[in-house]
Design a protein around this ligand. Structure first.
Ligand SMILES: C[S@@+](CC[C@H](N)C(=O)[O-])C[C@H]1O[C@@H](n2cnc3c(N)ncnc32)[C@H](O)[C@@H]1O
Length: 252
């Protein structure tokens, strides 16, 4: 794992992710217990051995530590407690592939919660990689109480950068998981990001995940931060973006 001293000079994220006064951020809800859904309760109880009656306190303790590292919207709101990957229809086939040796890379992994789910469900942790621009990985071990038994690799880097650890993975990944991340950019930057994700794949690889969408595909200004404009896809525009990125990378 790299150290947490990465300079934020080439940050590719929107303004709201950059370091700023936490007290002024609109994205902190004191009580996030409503996001502690049954799947997460189960994971904490059976994988991390945290009894149910201690989980709410544990969740808030770790959330506040994460918030101290960075005042990021999904951290303050607690939405990361609701799992993404295991709710996708494609989950069982992804799990089966990783159990059979496929390498999965979770881009924007945060504390590595989706990776823990895979491991709890029987995937070998040696086959999973988590990438994030900010190191919340140590906190992930603390949250899941699995230091020494979770052997996935964590890489602290902007996935759009030329970090040597990432360069070594170009063309090597069987499954890329990217959830709740692409929607932070406008159309052009999402295409650029997708092209970069494709560069990690090889023939037969998959890219899976979910992003915030809209029935009508359109540019949307972030509420309370109108200078940040994002593109919200519908099914058609999402497919069109893959078509565009596929052509640009010769992978369609
Ligand atoms: C909204 S969170 C989603 C976390 C998790 N994937 C999920 O679905 O719950 C987005 C994560 O992506 C990370 N991220 C954003 N831009 C990134 C980039 N360019 N490279 C690597 N990580 C990035 C953020 O630091 C954050 O942890």
């Amino acid at each position: 794992m790299m150290s947490s001293t990465q300079a934020n000079t080439n940050y590719s994220e929107p303004e709201y992710a950059k370091s700023q006064d936490r007290a002024k951020m609109p994205y902190y809800t004191v009580d996030i217990a409503n996001h502690l859904v049954p799947e997460t309760q189960d994971l904490l109880e059976k994988y991390s051995k945290i009894p149910r009656d201690q989980q709410i306190e544990h969740v808030h303790f770790i959330r506040d530590k994460a918030w101290d590292i960075r005042a990021y919207p999904c951290i303050g709101l607690g939405v990361w407690l609701t799992p993404q990957l295991c709710r996708l229809p494609v989950y069982e086939s992804i799990l089966a592939r990783v159990k059979n040796g496929a390498v999965l890379m979770d881009v924007g992994t945060f504390i590595g919660h989706d990776l823990r789910r895979l491991v709890y469900d029987g995937a070998p942790s040696e086959k999973v990689i988590g990438v994030d621009i900010v190191n919340h990985f140590d906190l992930g071990y603390e949250f899941f109480c699995d230091l020494g038994r979770f052997h996935g690799q964590f890489i602290e880097a902007d996935f759009l950068s030329s970090s040597p650890e990432l360069m070594a993975l170009k063309g090597q990944i069987d499954i890329i998981l990217v959830s709740q991340l692409l929607h932070q950019w406008d159309w052009d930057n999402q295409v650029k990001a997708l092209e970069t994700l494709i560069s990690f794949t090889k023939p037969g690889s998959s890219i899976v995940g979910n992003q915030i969408g809209n029935q009508v595909a359109q540019s949307v200004a972030v509420e309370q931060l109108p200078s940040v404009v994002t593109w919200r896809h519908n099914q058609k525009s999402f497919a069109q973006m893959f078509e565009e990125a596929g052509k640009a990378t010769g992978s369609h």
